[in-house]
Write a protein that binds this ligand. Structure first.
Ligand code: BTN
Length: 264
């Protein structure tokens, strides 16, 4: 599988030389953290066929059976963390491009980190940062998981109405190796533009973000507030007008957002 991935990555992409492949791992993000602490270079990519402890945002688990693509890349951008507030949005734009290129379908994004097709979740993103002693980013882990060849009956019944895969959408077999290669190239392109083209990245994200204009519920711990998603700020924060008329920017670290009547 590793060779199948590497052979489909353009030779210009140096990340093809630092690819690590795992048949099963607890979480590519966890392993990436271990390797990053050990000092592996910028652009080290980890791909797994299956995760036994896949993690999502806000401490949730991310179901990761064979059939999906689970990938993390270690970045060392040598900047302060405020320069990377848009990292999850940039990853979402890259993830959409990769799925389009490899699979011929065009996902949308549910703010901030879900790739969706036809009201169902196709994949998710988990970005994590570590700082050094003087407040500069030591490393960033960009994790993305995409459901590739699962059939809808492969998902547990409780999430069958919420989750989908490339194969379930298109009816065609899609190669996880091809999708992994496409993701690696798209993330490499993203990395090159990350610090210099923030506004363009956020414009692309805005076009993909189906949350905008929707009636939403904002969940913070036990509290739920209703409002309308108006816009995104320059860092990817969601500008919400709440039902009491107040407007506030909410950030993905503090809240999760649901459609008023369901997942979207
Ligand atoms: C979410 O849905 O909240 C985010 C899911 C992120 C899943 C990816 S799969 C590769 C990487 N390893 C993990 O444990 N999580 C991310």
């Amino acid at each position: 599988m590793k060779n199948e991935i590497v052979s489909q990555i353009t030779t210009e992409c140096p990340w093809r030389d630092t690819l690590l492949w795992y048949e099963t791992i607890d979480s590519t993000n966890n392993q990436a953290k271990i390797l990053a602490k050990d000092g592996v270079p910028h652009g080290t990519v980890l791909v797994a066929q299956k995760q036994s402890g896949g993690r999502g945002r806000m401490g949730r688990s991310f179901l990761s059976p064979t059939g999906g693509v689970y990938l993390s890349v270690i970045l060392r951008p040598a900047c302060t963390p405020d320069k990377l507030m848009h990292l999850t949005c940039a990853t979402a734009v890259a993830g959409c491009k990769a799925v389009e290129n490899a699979c011929g379908i065009s996902p949308d994004v549910k703010w901030t980190n879900d790739l969706v097709v036809g009201r169902k979740k196709l994949g998710g993103i988990l970005t994590e940062l570590a700082l050094n002693g003087v407040g500069v980013v030591d490393y960033a882990i960009v994790g993305i998981g995409i459901n590739c060849c699962q059939q809808s009956e492969d998902f547990p019944e409780e999430i069958r109405e919420l989750a989908t895969s490339v194969q379930a959408v298109t009816g065609n077999a899609c190669s996880p190796a091809k999708l992994a290669a496409s993701l690696i190239e798209a993330l490499w392109e993203m990395d090159k533009a990350l610090l210099s083209q923030k506004a363009e990245i956020m414009d692309a994200y805005r076009k993909k973000c189906i949350t905008l204009g929707k009636e939403i519920s904002v969940l913070r711990g036990e509290s739920v507030r209703h409002g309308t998603a108006l816009d995104l700020d320059e860092d990817g924060g969601l500008v919400v007008r709440f039902s009491d008329g107040s407007e506030k920017v909410v950030t993905s670290g503090e809240v999760s957002v649901r459609g008023m009547y369901g997942y979207l």
